[in-house]
Write a protein that binds this ligand. Structure first.
Ligand SMILES: [Zn+2]
Length: 635
């Protein structure tokens, strides 16, 4: 498109003139541009030569000023407007800051249709009438309702990985950039009138905005308490549902999954009660109660989920697991589902179902963006680049251990190493890594897996968890025979993993030699940046924690962006223990975790979970309260 070509050729010269880059930088960027074919502007940003904000601003003004000249002159030349009208419009424009074209339309000097025709010809952007356009339904999944309304754009269709959008003002490069960023696609532009775009957006997103909320859906069912014979098998007297109710079940299941994903939940819990089906979402680590689902629909809802997960629907007395994939806003989201039979006094055996939403973006975080203290990051990078030894990640379930392990593997992956994993379950696929799925029933246990893997000439092995003595001793053996091993362990802190391994019956000498580093981590809730404010800390607490009066802490006071909770998202706190000789000697002496921790603080400069938590609270990332509850005292 002409628009891009113009900006591409002029951009370098313009930035040079403005003194934002020098000639060497431009040459370097141009070479990269020619080599990779990536837009010059992107390369400049990526190389850190120009900030993205500065660039969009410059491009925006540049386009606008050239447009202004050309458009005004051209309209005058071609007799669409008079000189007096142009002057009046330019004057008006100074007051309102609106574009010239729009000002002319506003003053009634030019019909909007005509303006669009002219702009379209001038910019070489096709102009279309949206009224007669048939929209690709899928297109709406690439841009949110909100973006469309805010910037007056509407997605039309996708072809060859390019999203075609209609916009009223194609000279607004900032909007094009925003659409590119949000849709993660190349973008082609056509023009349409603002009015038609707004009408099209209303039509396109009507279904989603008018879609019933989950609460509405469930409220429809009349919720009378059913009496079920004590101990009766719930499958025997499942009430027959009408077609309409059957459709309602499908709708409820779809809606509750979509709602959970939209709200960033990690798990969906469905728990049968005597009078209803309890629904909870785990969001940022906390379970949040949702409106109850009528008991009448309970069996069908559970069956529907089991059917989707390819579980045996007839089997209700054994724990089962399965998985399925849903499409949400254009991307695929995997759900891992497990059922667990529970016994209710009146209903008898029912199944509790938990769906884990596997975030396709988790594990995509580079290690460098995971919030490590720079000193810790340096140590950790050194450790994961060692040729052999064990690196452990510890913490309770849901502390982000897998994310860290995946990020570590991504960090060290290259074509010359053979990286294999044994996971239970495989949560996320990494290109170039052989990922094994543990299947205890079939005899593919962690221990059997390591044995088999060692015959596969591995360099790096990731073992989902050091669950038992056999697995742990094989992991140590692998580490001592020249392999780098990643694994996890359930302990409260880094130092605690040494006594834990000895309790499993491993030899102190082997443990002290093989373990090269232990990372303990927790996830704490991040303060909502929209309502963050300083908070007072009591004198007692300051004294207790040895905090000086100048240390300022923060909290979120609650706003619409965070549903009033004051928190949005989570961040990690870490402690990384690299054993020195002192620590190794303590392991040989079977010292306690506390003793090892004290020595590590003194001799290895260990930054503990508590210290890192307080650091992150001081930095305003989390609250002091969160930092304290996620860590224990160091003294
Ligand atoms: Zn907030």
């Amino acid at each position: 498109m002409m628009l891009n070509k113009n900006t591409k050729t002029n951009l370098g010269a313009l930035l040079l003139r403005l003194g934002l880059i020098d000639e060497d930088q431009l040459e370097h960027a141009m070479n990269e541009h020619q080599r990779t074919g990536i837009m010059l502007s992107k390369i400049l940003v990526r190389l850190g030569m120009v900030s993205e904000d500065a660039l969009t601003q410059i491009l925006g003004t540049q386009m606008q000023s050239t447009m202004k000249m050309r458009l005004g002159e051209m309209l005058l030349q071609q007799g669409y407007i008079t000189e007096a009208q142009l002057e009046k419009a330019l004057e008006e424009q100074k007051k309102t800051g609106q574009r010239l074209g729009r000002t002319l339309v506003m003053l009634g000097f030019l019909p909007e249709e005509r303006l669009i025709e002219i702009l379209s010809a001038q910019l070489d952007v096709p102009f279309i009438k949206l009224e007669s356009f048939t929209f690709d339904e899928d297109a709406s999944t690439h841009l949110s309702d909100e973006i469309c309304r805010r910037y007056d754009v509407v997605p039309l269709f996708v072809a060859n990985k390019t999203l075609t959008i209609a916009m009223a003002d194609p000279t607004n490069i900032r909007v094009v950039d925003i659409v590119k960023f949000k849709s993660r696609m190349d973008v082609d532009i056509v023009m349409a009138s603002k009015k038609e775009i707004q009408a099209a957006v209303d039509k396109m997103y009507a279904t989603s905005s008018e879609q019933e909320s989950l609460a509405d859906l469930i409220r429809d069912g009349d919720d009378e308490l059913e009496t079920v014979e004590r101990g009766a098998d719930s499958s025997v007297n499942e009430p027959e549902l009408t077609d309409e109710e059957g459709q309602q079940v499908v709708k409820i299941v779809t809606t509750l999954i979509h709602e959970a994903i939209a709200r960033g939940a990690s798990d969906i819990h469905l728990e049968p009660q005597e009078t209803h089906l309890k629904l909870r979402y785990r969001i940022d680590g906390d379970l949040q109660l949702q409106p109850p689902i009528p008991a009448r629909l309970m069996p069908q809802i559970l069956s529907r989920i089991k059917l989707l997960s390819k579980m045996d629907i007839a089997e209700k007395r054994k724990p089962l697991d399965g998985r399925f994939t849903v499409r949400y806003k254009g991307s695929e989201v995997d759900l891992r589902v497990s059922s667990f039979p529970v016994s209710l006094r009146k209903r008898g055996v029912c199944e509790k179902i938990v769906m884990r939403i596997l975030d396709p973006n988790s594990g995509q975080f580079p290690l460098r963006e995971m919030g490590f203290d720079p000193r810790v990051l340096k140590q950790f990078l050194e450790a994961i680049n060692l040729p052999n030894g064990i690196i452990l990640v510890t913490g309770p379930t849901g502390s982000g251990k897998s994310t860290t392990l995946y990020a570590s593997i991504r960090e060290i992956i290259d074509s010359t190493t053979n990286i294999s994993t044994m996971e239970d379950p495989v949560e996320l696929n990494i290109d170039g890594v052989n990922q094994g799925q543990i299947n205890n029933a079939a005899g593919f246990t962690f221990a059997a897996g390591i044995r088999a893997l060692l015959r596969q000439d591995p360099d790096v092995i990731m073992i989902g968890e050091m669950r038992d003595t056999e697995t742990s001793s094989m992991a140590i053996e692998a580490a001592l025979t020249g392999h780098l091993v990643f694994s996890t362990l359930h302990t409260n802190d880094a130092a605690g993993s040494f006594p834990r391994l000895l309790e499993m019956g491993l030899e102190p000498f082997l443990v002290s030699t093989a373990i090269k580093g232990v990372l303990a981590q927790r996830l704490v809730r991040r303060i909502c940046k929209h309502c963050k404010e300083p908070v007072e800390i009591s004198e007692e607490l300051r004294a207790d924690l040895h905090l000086t009066p100048d240390m300022q802490f923060y909290h979120g006071k609650g706003c619409s962006k965070c549903d009033g909770s004051g928190y949005k998202g989570r961040c990690g706190i870490y402690e990384f223990l690299v054993p020195n000789e002192g620590v190794r000697n303590l392991i040989l002496k079977r010292a306690s975790g506390d003793e090892i921790k004290r020595t590590a603080i003194k001799e290895c400069g260990l930054i503990t979970l508590r210290m890192d938590g307080i650091q992150k609270a001081l930095a305003g990332l989390t609250t002091l309260e969160q930092a304290l509850s996620a860590s224990t005292r160091d003294d």
